[in-house]
Design a protein around this ligand. Structure first.
Ligand SMILES: Cc1ncc(COP(=O)(O)O)c(C=O)c1O
Length: 444
């Protein structure tokens, strides 16, 4: 723990009490929330007002990819705010113009035109709108092990249990199974999974299906890296039936997997790509929908019925441009690949040493550990959509030791900022190594 001077007028306890009294915390019963008070952050660390330091091993919400407090980004935001903090979306601004052109250069293939939003959910809402308007079809295929956002339509695209409380919602979404079936059943081959998807397409009527939306690498539902051939197969099925392929890169994009976009690992070009989080590394909120020229051309004469007061917000566009420069200048995507190889080793070491590790998956600096109470039978240490005393104890240990990461169901994540060094990675894994002694005790 460090004890440097911090610049808040409230104590951590006051922040928590007043936040809990007057603000609603998301996805939670309010009596159960126990937020960490945060006063400041720099690089891969953040601090409470009392000076307790945390390693940010989840890049907050898998979004602060460049690390905290980068002066180059802060300067760009400051300069933009002093010149032009806002112009409405019917105007053209330099930040908007430059960001569109830059994204066209770094996104896959011939993705060339962008619509800006406030975040990932709105990006997916508008992706669906674009797909429906441009194909004249209404059904959308999505997968069960997915999260696509908390707004009305994106909630229905979402396959995981966060959808349930919002049902019934927007009609027309059909969920298909993933190649992964949980730690006990494991993986289908790409061929098996694609055959199931094609069967669903036949049963729903190919001519009714506008789009198939899928996370290129599934995020909160388990860092699920698709088997080779799967994404190419989805592309081929979409081409065969005139369905638009939408890749949700909100979490997996911007270097997280060691490529600008995760779909690049399979050399596939989607028709539409959605992004947020790493686009601005969360310094300012921004999402975007990118589309191939052929999709954009549909709206040359036809009206695009979509809009947002903060579409193409100059402050956010300027922040995104500065953040993209940081990825380039500091070669953060190369670093994600290099440190990803180190993290792979560290995850393998954990799997060898700890009987409670049932699986450890990663791609680049996108990682997750699944814990089990029986390695042979692969019984998860917490049930689907639930928790357990052991998982709660592990979360408590991480917090006490100053390691912040997501602990969900029987899993925890390893998603540090892409600027992390090998020494910092090892420091975090040393804490995890000690924490897993708790979960090992639950193994039969
Ligand atoms: C894959 C994916 N899509 C969409 C979203 C929604 O993004 P936002 O919370 O910015 O609306 C998220 C958020 O975690 C996500 O992980």
């Amino acid at each position: 723990m460090t004890t440097e001077t911090l610049h808040t007028t409230m104590s951590g306890e006051e922040m928590v009490a007043l936040s809990k009294k007057h603000t609603l915390f998301e996805w939670s019963a309010q009596s159960k929330v126990d937020p960490i008070p945060v006063a400041r952050a720099k690089g891969i660390y953040f601090w409470t007002p009392e000076g307790k330091r945390f390693i940010d091993f989840n890049s907050q919400l898998m979004c602060v990819n460049i690390g905290h407090g980068d002066e180059r980004v802060l300067r760009a935001i400051r300069e933009q705010s002093e010149t032009l903090a806002y112009a409405n979306p019917f105007m053209a601004t330099e930040a908007r113009a430059r960001l569109g052109a830059k994204l066209a250069a770094i996104t896959p293939g011939d993705i060339d035109v962008f619509f800006f939003t406030n975040g990932g959910a709105e990006a997916n809402e508008n992706a669906i709108k674009l797909a429906r308007l441009s194909t004249g079809r209404h059904k959308i295929l999505a997968r069960y092990r997915s999260y696509h956002g908390g707004t009305a339509g994106s909630m229905m695209l979402t396959g995981d249990p966060r959808r349930w409380a919002s049902e019934p919602g927007m009609p027309g979404v059909v969920h298909v199974l993933d190649p992964y079936h949980g730690i006990a059943r494991g993986w289908d081959t790409a061929e098996q999974s694609l055959a199931m998807i094609e069967e669903v397409i036949q049963l729903e009527g190919p001519n009714n299906i506008a789009a198939f939306i899928l996370e290129s690498v599934t995020g909160t539902n388990g860092v699920l890296v698709p088997p080779d051939g799967y994404m190419q197969g989805v592309r081929a099925l979409c081409d065969k039936y005139g369905i638009l392929m939408i890749c949700d890169e909100v979490m997996a994009g911007f270097g997280r997997t060691g490529e600008w976009f995760a779909i690049n690992h399979w050399n596939v070009v989607p028709d539409i790509i959605t992004m947020a989080k790493g686009l601005t590394a969360a310094y300012v909120q921004l999402g975007a929908v990118g589309m191939r020229r052929a999709v954009a051309d549909q709206f040359k004469d036809k009206v695009f019925y979509g809009g947002l007061t903060y579409n193409s917000h100059p402050l956010a566009c300027a922040a995104a441009l500065a953040v993209i420069s940081v990825y380039e200048e500091d070669q953060l995507i190369d670093n994600a690949r290099r440190m990803g190889a180190v993290m792979r080793q560290l995850l393998d070491d954990l799997a060898r040493k700890h009987p409670s590790v049932g699986a450890a998956r990663s791609i680049g600096l996108f990682g997750l550990v699944e814990l089990v109470r029986d390695r042979a039978k692969k019984v998860p240490l917490a049930p689907f959509n639930g928790t357990s005393d052991e998982m709660a104890a592990l979360g408590k240990f991480f917090r006490q030791e100053g390691l912040y990461t997501f602990v969900r169901w029987n899993t925890f994540f390893t998603n540090p900022p892409l600027c992390i060094t090998e020494a910092e990675l090892r420091e975090a894994f040393a804490i995890i190594d000690r924490g897993l002694e708790i979960t090992d005790r639950a193994v039969a």
